[in-house]
Design a protein around this ligand. Structure first.
Ligand code: NDP
Length: 330
């Protein structure tokens, strides 16, 4: 009986349990590509799945982990051959389909993106879904027609995964980046990534007014709730804000004033069902635009056995930047 090591979430009468254990290869779900997983990462959503804090997992048993880099071990898909290096993120991986915290994964080849030529699998997972989502956010601001000369951009959840990568990408592109964080002690880290100004997230997290002083032309928000409402209310005429996250909450206690009086746009960002052409575009852009030295600065590395504790840590706001999980030899 062939088995491999995996983090497995099970649900019984006493609730959800999670443990690192052996998993039978025969119990993998259908798919036309089998991967040897080399690296994964810990995103906020992984924390929700590992702790059971939100109903991210919709099948049991589940191997959590929403993204990985790996090597094709077997393929019936015309685009992929044995030995190809690939990235998997989203499409329900770790939610409805057995996921990434495992030595093996079997998935649909249509979900896979080839690893960009000059990127290592560890770098791909240092970027991971959080960094990919940051890139999608920057692309959305660009497609809206906004440029660094138009004014400052605010990044919320600045010291987190999406925030850290967004700051590095925007600063590299020439934006004046305002970083909103609850961790004043990370000021040097955020400035090192390219933040020009740092504000306390407390300025944005309370109940706000429908319209405030115009402070920025663009925003990348990973926090939601009052924070997003306040970011919108302080966005300059004609600006735009991307929304991808809910670290403060899923609600949006805002008014329509910024939209109807200042022509502000709210741009939704989803990484899970993002169509493949946009995925390939975003991975190509992040490969060229993200400074690899900065990427190394925001990255820490852990092993598969550390993932369960890291899930609780990311929800507690204790993780700075990005975590790479080493699973197998690249
Ligand atoms: P992280 O935990 O790494 O970062 C979140 C950051 O948000 C924290 O570091 C903290 O930043 C800030 N934060 C946490 N709690 C609060 C709070 N109560 N009020 C205000 N700010 C808070 O998570 P990720 O970067 O991986 O993900 C960020 C968000 O984006 C999550 O909600 C995640 O689910 C979402 N996401 C959505 C995707 C999509 O497809 N739409 C894809 C990827 C992520 P600081 O310490 O600097 O204040």
């Amino acid at each position: 009986m062939n088995t491999f090591r995996a983090v497995v979430i099970e649900k019984g009468d006493g609730g959800q349990t999670v443990a690192l254990k052996d998993f039978r290869e025969a119990d993998l779900m259908p798919g036309d590509v089998t991967l040897r997983v080399t690296h994964s990462t810990v995103n906020y959503k992984d924390g929700l799945a590992l702790t059971g804090r939100a109903p991210v997992v919709r099948r049991f048993p589940m191997i959590p982990g929403i993204d990985c880099a790996g090597v094709v071990e077997a393929s019936n898909h015309p685009d992929f051959r044995v030995g190809d290096r690939v990235i998997l993120d989203g499409w329900g991986t770790g939610e409805t389909h057995l996921g990434a915290y495992a030595e093996k994964s079997r998935v649909k080849g249509d979900w896979l993106v080839p690893l960009p030529a000059d990127m290592t699998p560890a770098q791909a997972m240092a970027i991971g879904t959080a960094g990919f989502t940051a890139m999608l956010s920057v692309l959305a601001l660009e497609k809206h027609g906004l440029k660094p000369d138009d004014g400052p951009v605010i990044v919320t959840g600045a010291a987190g995964g999406v925030g850290s990568v967004a700051i590095a990408l925007l600063a590299q592109a020439g934006w004046h980046v305002i970083a909103s964080t609850g961790r004043a002690e990370e000021a040097d880290y955020l400035k090192g990534l390219g933040a020009a100004e740092i504000i306390d997230r407390g300025e944005l997290s309370g109940t706000g007014r429908p319209l405030g002083k115009e402070r920025w032309i663009a925003g990348v928000d990973a926090v939601g709730s009052h924070t997003l409402a306040n970011v919108l209310s302080m966005t300059r005429y004609g600006g735009a804000v991307t929304a991808c996250g809910l670290a403060q909450g899923m609600d949006l206690p805002a008014s329509v004033a910024p939209f109807i009086l200042r022509g502000v746009s709210l741009l939704g960002i989803d990484s899970v069902m993002c169509p493949k052409p946009r995925r390939v575009e975003a991975w190509a852009r992040v490969a060229t635009d993200l400074n690899r030295g900065k990427l190394a600065e925001i990255t820490s590395t852990i092993q598969l056995k550390d993932v369960i504790a890291a899930g609780a840590d990311i929800l507690a706001g204790k993780i700075r930047g990005r975590l790479v999980v080493e699973i197998g030899a690249a």
